[in-house]
Design a protein around this ligand. Sequence first.
Ligand code: PDD
Length: 280
Amino acid sequence: RVAYVNGRYLPHADAGVHIEDRGFQFSDGVYEVVAIADGRPVDLTGHIVRLARSLRELRIAMPMPERALRLVMREVVRRNAVSNGILYIQVNRGVHRRDHPFPPAHVAPSLIMTARPTPGVSARVMEEGTAVVTVPDRRWARRDIKSVSLLPNVLAKQAAREAGAWEAWQVDGDGFVTEGSSTNAWIVTPDGTLVTRPTGDDILAGITRAALIDLARREGIPVEERAFTVEEAKRAREAFNSSTTLPTVPVVRIDDTPVANGAPGSVTVRLHDLYEAHTV
Ligand code: PDD
């Protein structure tokens, strides 16, 4: 395997960043995870637009022009011979002696990329579904920025794993679900409406989320972008999570409550199939 680190392609095992890298020292950076399907990036433009926005919000320079960035992305995928998997991109404020304010303007941002094959959603998960646990949302107030600062997300995911669940749904102070630790959260109401939280500062505007809304609308499935409570989710007909890595993961249990009859729902499975068709 090969990693791209600040202009060089290095063997993955030896690829490191400097100890004064601000990504390492301060989590002062942002990232993207792009799905690769049949060797090609999925919804790449959406990811690049979101990356540019995250960088702009934090006043970190784009590390290279968009066309060059696309070339490096393609090269990292090619050199790792990934046909189905993920491409990881991190941009941070660069290498400079540890000091909180921004470094001088001549310090270039760091750019790191890796790519690896991933298995995708297993048939077993699509048949049996997964459990989620609910945890308080303890993150900062700008969750729309895809920051590499993921400590609350790591703790939430670990809490899920220790409870035998796949994902943790983070809950705001009013009892509304914001999103999963690395996924957007969805329900299907008893009358068949697809519901997910609107974008804003509270959640990451998932690229998969946008694609699924689009696919659902084209299919004539009613979609409402509004917040839902844990209580409403427990009474829902279906629930699932979405992300680049696993586009639709059925949720069949929320804390100790089964969702409907405790099996993945038909809208979830339909969206999964539509999404698969969308990536080829
Ligand atoms: N996570 N919400 C959060 C907090 C996320 O970290 C992610 C993605 C999503 C889904 O966004 P998208 O559909 O664009 O992948 C929602 C990536 C995959 C990760 O951290 O590995």
